[in-house]
Write a protein that binds this ligand. Structure first.
Ligand code: NAP
Length: 165
């Protein structure tokens, strides 16, 4: 089982200089609750941007995707993968949360079962975006208002690629 979890603003912005463009505590809390005890996947850039707080994330494992074959995070909780398909294969027996960033969302989007998207109201400044996708490929199954500024949408993928990995 593969899920994307992300937050974007009204223009699908997700990041600014490797940080979140906003401070929305309710969304941080929601994110922490959703990934609690789970296996998460991070692109190398997002992983490095979270180094200061990664020990406070209550997850069972962090998978980092990088092309660097010598990458060694020196952390027992972290596993390094070098290929998208190896993670897809791993997701057949494990529930995995794809936690960004932009490149990682783009690469995994065709294969996810569900997206958990926080819509942050308004437009912010930044340089990193959630990939374009066809809304008709997803079905809204649940909506949760976190605050006046943030609403979470649970979207099931209707056209998930069913390649054999
Ligand atoms: N709003 C949100 O929900 C949210 C969540 C997470 C992140 N973000 C934001 O997203 C931005 C970062 O996104 P990003 O696209 O720059 O970086 P990223 O997706 O975090 O990481 C990209 C890196 O992942 C590795 N990678 C990607 N595809 C690969 C593949 N097929 N095989 C091997 N390695 C692969 C590469 O690492 P190497 O260069 O080491 O090969 C690549 O440079 C930041 O601004 C961050 O704050 C936002």
């Amino acid at each position: 089982m593969l899920k994307i979890i992300a937050a974007h603003d009204s223009a699908f912005l997700i990041g600014n200089k490797n940080k979140l463009p906003w401070k929305v505590e309710e969304d941080i809390e929601h994110f922490r609750n959703e990934i609690k005890g789970k296996i998460i996947v991070l692109g190398r850039i997002t992983y490095e941007s979270l180094l200061q707080i990664k020990d406070n994330l209550d997850v069972s494992k962090i998978i980092v995707l990088t092309s660097n074959l010598n990458y060694d995070p020196k952390d027992d909780k972290v596993i390094v993968f070098h290929k998208v398909f190896d993670i897809l294969r791993y997701s057949q027996d494990n529930e995995i949360y794809i936690c960004g960033g932009s490149k990682i969302y783009e690469e995994f989007l065709p294969y996810v079962d569900q997206m958990i998207i926080t819509e942050i109201k308004g437009r912010y400044e930044g340089d990193s975006y959630f990939p374009l996708y066809n809304k008709n490929d997803f079905k809204l199954i649940k909506e949760k208002k976190l605050s006046d500024q943030a609403t979470v949408k649970y979207l099931n993928h209707l056209k998930k690629e069913s390649k054999q990995y």
